[in-house]
Design a protein around this ligand. Structure first.
Ligand code: UDP
Length: 372
């Protein structure tokens, strides 16, 4: 069986890396195609997980619209599908790469497997493409690898046949385990050395990340004002913030936070360094999807700067809390975690709903059965 894994962004690469290595252990012919929707951040992950793409479409261009990107993905992947003739294409999650590659495979009559299938907000009115990308990919996919039973239930409600859905856990946990074992066996790199210099292990560390377009403007402004207040009210706390390079993030962050001694603004870091930061954190304030899934298995409470999430499982479990982007709400939630030991204990000990690190194995076992 010929299998093509196709992805384009950092989070997809992190979550597809363990699956690639697991597929390689089996008697499949496996190739990787990257669209390089995020060039630099993708390459760091490929290096760390030792993946050399067989096809690199190198489609990142400054200022290209989603329609231009979609058109370029459709036309470039066509040649790859023609040359390699895969029996199965595996895509991940909710990116333009996933939906367009799934569509291109469908046009060629090639089966599609969707990794991290079934996540939903059902908010198609949102101007941001993630929900529609995951729904398009889900409509096209033949096989659905749902990370949780909640995701599987969404697919069942959409009339996806039960026999084509497998609840696997999230491959992000497989990646986390692989990554941590690499760190423990002495892996080192520039970013990792840099963050080791920054982290003060004697202090409570609040780790912050943010990049979502829906928070540009008032959202980031309010977040920064909240961080400023927390840093002043809790001077013993160390706040570490790898700041996304987008000017919409950089501008308010540099203007509001650059002069505070216990706030460390650092450039975005690669995955191994970020793993170290997550492990060192007391809790995490973020708008990232992947971080919401990683933190529970590290026992780190997460405050999410959004009003909604397509990942409700860790909220139910207790690790994750949606705090939106209101300054007072963020400050109050942070102070509760810093001051209320009991609440912190309950939140950090909550059950991890995203799996046991064997999601890739389950996906491979299912694929082997299709082949049989
Ligand atoms: N991450 C990283 N460096 C950072 C911030 C995040 O390597 O400076 C990792 C993080 O561990 C997670 C993934 O990137 O696995 C999340 O990516 P992002 O927040 O960009 O996207 P999302 O998950 O929201 O789609």
């Amino acid at each position: 069986m010929r299998i093509l894994l196709c992805f384009g962004t950092r989070p997809e690469a992190i979550k597809m890396a363990p699956l690639f290595h697991e597929l390689k252990k089996r008697p499949f012919e496996v190739k990787v195609c990257v669209t390089a929707q995020h060039r630099e951040m993708l390459d760091q992950v490929l290096d760390f997980f030792e993946i050399r793409p067989d096809f690199d479409l190198d489609l990142m261009q400054k200022g290209q619209s989603l329609n231009q990107l979609s058109a370029r993905i459709l036309s470039s992947i066509d040649t790859v599908l023609h040359d390699f003739q895969p029996n199965l294409v595996l895509v991940h999650g909710d990116t333009t790469t996933s939906s367009m590659v799934a569509l291109a495979a469908f046009h060629k009559g090639i089966k599609v497997g969707h990794v991290e299938a079934g996540l939903r907000t059902y908010n198609k009115l949102s101007p941001f493409p993630e929900e529609i990308n995951r729904q398009i990919t889900g409509k096209i996919a033949d096989y659905h690898f749902a990370p949780t039973s909640w995701a599987s239930d969404n697919l069942l409600q959409e009339k996806v046949a039960k026999e084509n859905i497998v609840v696997t856990g999230n491959t992000v946990i497989d990646a986390l385990r692989l990554g941590i074992s690499k760190l423990e066996s002495g892996y080192t790199c520039v970013d990792l050395n840099m963050v080791k210099q920054v982290v003060n292990t004697a202090k409570k560390v609040i780790l912050i990340t943010g990049h979502r377009r829906e928070n540009f403007g008032a959202g980031f402004e309010n977040l920064c004002l909240a961080i400023r207040q927390i840093a002043t009210m809790a001077p013993d706390v160390q706040i570490i913030y790898p700041v996304h390079l987008n000017p919409n993030v950089q501008e308010p962050v540099q203007r509001i936070l650059s002069d505070i001694s216990n706030v460390h603004l650092i450039p975005p870091v690669d995955y191994p360094a970020f793993l170290y930061l997550m492990q060192s954190a007391y809790f995490i304030l973020t708008d990232s999807g992947g971080v919401q899934e990683e933190a529970p298995s590290l026992g780190k409470p997460v405050l999410v700067m959004r009003d909604t999430t397509e990942r409700p499982e860790a909220i139910e479990a207790g690790t994750v809390e949606l705090v939106g982007t209101n300054t007072a709400t963020i400050v109050a939630a942070c102070l509760r975690l810093l001051q209320d030991k009991n609440e912190y204990h309950v939140r950090s000990q909550a059950h991890n709903p995203y799996g046991d690190g064997k999601a890739s194995e389950r996906i491979c076992t299912f694929i082997a059965q299709i082949q049989a």
